[in-house]
Design a protein around this ligand. Structure first.
Ligand code: MD6
Ligand code: FE
Length: 217
């Protein structure tokens, strides 16, 4: 039997791809759990809807966000912080679904960070044009833990720079099922997401969903 270009098996996870000291891409690592992860994310979104948070500067973010886990990342006119309740409902955030927690722990271990125990999972929805400008994740009290970021749906261009805002940043394509992990010497690296190109993903349609896990408290 010959394997044509059109019936190639889907790409499978192979090995970590280092991008900086303490930072790796795990391409395809979440592929075989994509459906379960999406179902779990949809359950969270049903209980704590996506919203466009206000930046301290007074602009609505283009990315829609919500959270699950003990702590959730929020932004408003007073600043960025973690909160143990959803400001929209006043209720605790939905619990972190077991399949999400399990994936985050396995990805961290694969990247060389054992014993990762995230208490915060930020769910981000990018529609075409949505972007995240270069920033550091530094609202977490435990900076010894890495960040695990899972991409689902439309592909995006991930910008990964250095420890200074002005450092040159490299661009990496992130596809459905890819996981990025950064910690150690890269924990405070500047990073962002270029404006999402329009397209149609077979499962998710015109959107990208990103799950970002941290140890916040
Ligand atoms: C991403 N997200 O969507 C990466 N950081 O691929 C982030 O880096 C991020 O969405 C801090 C706060 C919200 C975020
Ligand atoms: Fe970030």
């Amino acid at each position: 039997m010959t394997l044509s270009l059109f019936d190639e098996p889907p790409p499978r996870y192979e090995a970590p791809q280092p991008i900086a000291q303490g930072a790796v891409l795990l391409r395809g690592f979440a592929l075989d759990q994509g459906e379960a992860l999406l179902q779990a994310a949809q359950q969270v979104i049903a209980a704590a809807p996506l919203r466009h948070l206000m930046t301290p500067g007074g602009r609505a973010m283009s990315v829609g966000m919500t959270n699950c886990g003990a702590l959730g990342w929020v932004s408003d006119r007073t600043g960025y912080r973690y909160s143990n309740t959803d400001p929209l409902s006043g209720q605790p955030w939905p619990a972190m679904p077991a399949c999400l927690l399990d994936l985050a722990k396995r990805a961290a271990a694969e990247a060389g960070f054992g014993h990762f125990n995230p208490d915060a999972c930020l769910i981000n929805r990018y529609q075409p044009g949505a972007r995240l400008s270069l920033h550091q994740d530094r609202d977490e009290s435990d900076l010894s833990a890495p960040i695990v970021s899972v991409s689902l749906g439309l592909p995006a261009v991930f910008l990964f720079g250095g420890l200074q805002r002005g450092d040159r940043s490299a661009r990496y394509g992130l596809a459905h099922g890819d996981v990025a992990v950064w910690g150690g010497a890269s924990r405070l690296a500047f990073h962002g997401v270029a404006p999402l190109a329009d397209g149609e993903h077979p499962v998710l349609g015109r959107q990208r969903i990103n799950l970002t896990f941290r140890r916040a408290g």
